[in-house]
Structure formats: C-alpha cells, structure tokens
Write a protein that binds this ligand. Structure first.
Ligand SMILES: [Zn+2]
Length: 211
C-alpha cells in the first residue's frame, strides 16, 4: 500500500501515456506483420479461414489501444455528503499482460470520501477502461487508477482494489484456473484510518464474492 501526493491541480487528462501515440499506429503495417507471424507459426495466411484475420487483428489492436480519452470533468457540488464513504464496484475491464501478451480480466472497486462534491459515477468506469487499454501489469494499473482518481477529487482519500484473472496463469505456465490476484492501493484517510480501510476492503470483497 502506498500513499501519494495530490494537490489542487486541475483534473489530469486521460490522454494516452504509452510510448507511442495511438495516431501513429499503422494498421496496414500491423496487418502485414500479423500475416508474417502466421507464416512463421506454420500457417498459410491465404487459406480461406485466415483471409481476413490479419486485418481483424490489426483493427482489434487499434481499438484496444484507443479505449476512449479525456472525458469532461464530472464532479458535482454536493455539500451534504461530506465524510461519507462512496464505493463503486462491479467494474470489469480487459487488459493485456505485458509479459505474455495474454488477456487479464480486472474487477475494479474504487472508493473515496467526498468533501463538498461528488464524482459522476460513470467516470470511474471510464478511468478503469482507459488504463486497461494498453500493455499492463495489474499492480501498475491499480496505482494508475488510484492516482488518477486522486487527481480528479483533488485529495488523496482514495482506495482502489483490483481482482485479476490472468490468462498467463490459467492457460499457460502453472495452469491454475482458480488463481486470482488481488491488489489494493490506498491513500490519505484510507491509509491512516484502519476502520475506513476495513470498510472499503470488506465492501470490495463482498462484491467479488457475489460475482
Ligand atoms: Zn503474464
């Protein structure tokens, strides 16, 4: 668990932060490379079933790496809800493990304590999807979502818990189908207040157990 610094900075943008801008992806070139890969794997890309595959895979990469950018800030003044724990769960996003290029399914629960304004609920899902749309590791994803959310609310009273199912564990390597990885990132009051921390973890776990 880590705490992090926030300030009264404007809402951080959801612009891509990968090394390469999305606009630079040449889907035609990617399709050519997929075709070459099929050849190297002993396939014939010109056979009927594979004819459209390189283009479909290239189009998928382009979509995956462009999961939606900056959404307008969606915070609403609400002076009556200060000091209430808000937890948003049930957000399921797909990402790609950067070590194996295999999918990982991430169930995200995010919590914060409003102080004079509340965050639009759809914002949480958008943030999760945004940081999932790149080559990832679950630990970094969890931190990025938490830090972004802290930037949105302008304070560090944020907690994010993620339960991941990694195909690199379930379909290769140790092949443990029931393996789940849980990561929790807490800041501010979630870090310093054990009761608040416990409430959040309990609600996150209840959500997962019900799934
Ligand atoms: Zn992996």
């Amino acid at each position: 668990m880590t705490s992090f610094a926030t300030g009264s900075t404007p809402e951080p943008s959801l612009a891509p932060t990968t090394n390469r801008s999305i606009a630079a992806i040449d889907t035609g070139r990617v399709a050519d490379l997929i075709s070459q890969l099929l050849v190297e794997l002993g396939e014939d890309p010109s056979r009927e079933g594979l004819l459209g595959t390189p283009d479909r895979v290239a189009a998928w990469w382009s979509t995956f790496l462009s999961p939606g950018g900056a959404a307008p800030a969606a915070c609403f003044a609400e002076s009556q809800v200060s000091d209430q724990l808000v937890v948003v769960g049930g957000m399921s996003v797909w990402s790609l493990c950067e070590h194996h290029l295999l999918p990982m399914n991430l169930h995200v629960t995010a919590g914060y304590v409003p102080e004079g304004e509340v965050v639009g609920l759809s914002k949480f899902g958008r943030i999760a999807r945004h940081f999932a749309g790149r080559l990832q590791v679950q630990e970094r994803f969890t931190r990025q979502v938490a830090e972004h959310l802290a930037g949105v609310i302008g304070r560090e009273d944020v907690a994010v818990a993620v339960r991941g199912t990694h195909l690199c564990m379930t379909m290769r390597g140790v092949r443990m189908e029931d393996a789940r990885t849980t990561t929790v990132h807490t800041g501010g009051r979630f870090w310093s207040d054990p009761v608040l921390n416990q409430q959040f973890v309990t609600l996150a776990a209840a959500r997962w157990n019900a799934a």
